[in-house]
Design a protein around this ligand. Sequence first.
Ligand code: ASP
Length: 343
Amino acid sequence: MVKLLFPLLIVIAVGCTPKNGKKVALTEAKPGPITLVIHGGAGNILRENLTPEKETAYRERLTAALDSGYAVLERGGKSTEAVIAAIRIMEDSPLFNAGKGAVFTSEGINELDAAIMDGSNLMAGAVAGVTTIKNPITAAYAVMTQSEHVMLTGKGAEKFAGEQGLEIVPNSYFFDSTRYQQLIKAKANEKNHEAQWIDPYIKDKKFGTVGCVALDQYGNLAAGTSTGGMTNKKYGRVGDAPIIGAGTYAENATCAVSGTGWGEFYIRLSAAHDIASLMKYAGLTVQQAADSVILKKLPALGGNGGAIVLDRQGNFALPFCTPGMYRGYITRKGEGKVFIFKD
Ligand code: ASP
């Protein structure tokens, strides 16, 4: 894993002698601190439900996602580019409920949601209910940068992605037999509200969205989230991930947020935007604002899940009110770590 020390944002004076012979100070901006934080879903993730092989597989993929996003930041890339790089690695893995590993709808297909937001200018892009876009996060980025819109849905989003030259796949690309078995079980358990969210990978409840927040050397924040939603979700259901302010938000003045959990509650709470607002209007720190929404307001309403939150100074928080959350970070000092369980 990358371990580099990055300097703080410093401005150095460089002496030079202009025509009038007087020495003046010119300023040259040095790169600021870079930070990257990811999640791969929150839920009832318990050590006893993960085989050692599965745990290793998750840790390796989380590390690969961190390294990929951080490499973009290290070479001077923008936070939006780092977010896409990290999320793509997780979208391409069947381990996570996004892209390749997306869960099945009640109709037995995969419908994916994703969003990205640029904290420097409040630009945002999202796609919802897409069935043929291999990497929905890239389509969200295209909506942000190549269209006048913020969100495109379903067939229209797919047409747009094709026109943008993004990779289109048949819906069968997302087929995974373990995930499909899960749908069958969920249908059998439809009357038991709790049981229908049992996840096949960890044999317990979980959601499993992926997300990333990043701070680049220019001091700009970005956030992105990508998901297959929830197993057995009804036709046309859209979760919080592609809704700006619910599951995804970024604003340089406050923070970048990506959430994971029971989406309906994140939508009702405007959870991501609420975290930013608590920082802006109530003067809370990243940790205080994130904890207030994820550890208090969310469970108080009956929801659960987690979030990753990062500010412009490189401070971050990863609260969750579930037993576990796949997560990881590389700090402004270049120190990287991944975690799964609470301890
Ligand atoms: N928040 C996502 C949704 O409700 C699910 C998740 O986080 O795994 O669509």
